[in-house]
Write a protein that binds this ligand. Structure first.
Ligand SMILES: [Zn+2]
Ligand SMILES: [Zn+2]
Length: 150
């Protein structure tokens, strides 16, 4: 009786994935004993990929590279989304600050009125100016206007 040969029994190696189907890292060459190459770099990667739905914004697999705060989005879309949310939150405050400045309020008075932290009005107005928004100068430099306000 001839020696039992695993290789004869094994299915022919039709495909040898060279890169992880999940994260795309290069895989080591399949071992000669394996009847097929590995498809995943790790079991963790396989699970993450199979159970990570495509990014809800751009459709690329989230691949488990997505921090939980980017739920449902790939890293790039997640970061963009976070920035958009922050802007959407920030914009009304910017407008309120700008409106009070137009009315001639000093920075500290604006912060006081809107419950903003120290220096927030100044930095918001400065950012708006940099974006090209026309921001009236602080009445601090025009004492007459500042006194009128009190
Ligand atoms: Zn992988
Ligand atoms: Zn995406």
């Amino acid at each position: 009786m001839g020696r039992f040969c695993f290789h004869a029994k094994a299915k022919p190696m039709t495909e040898h994935p060279t890169h992880c189907a999940g994260c795309g890292v290069k895989l080591p060459p399949p071992s000669p004993k394996a009847n097929r190459g590995r498809k995943w770099c790790s079991d963790q990667c396989r699970k993450k990929t199979l159970y990570s739905p495509p990014c809800i914004d751009c459709g690329t697999p989230t691949n488990g590279t997505t921090p939980s705060k980017h739920k449902g989005r790939c890293k790039a879309c997640g970061q963009r989304h976070v920035a958009e949310v922050a802007r959407a939150k920030s914009e009304p405050i910017d407008q309120a600050v700008l409106e009070l400045r137009r009315q001639g309020y000093l920075n500290w008075a604006i912060e006081d009125k809107l419950g903003l932290p120290y220096n927030a009005a100044a930095s918001r107005l400065c950012r708006m100016r940099r974006r090209g928004v026309e921001v009236p100068p602080s009445p601090y430099w025009f004492p007459a206007a500042a006194q009128e306000e009190r």
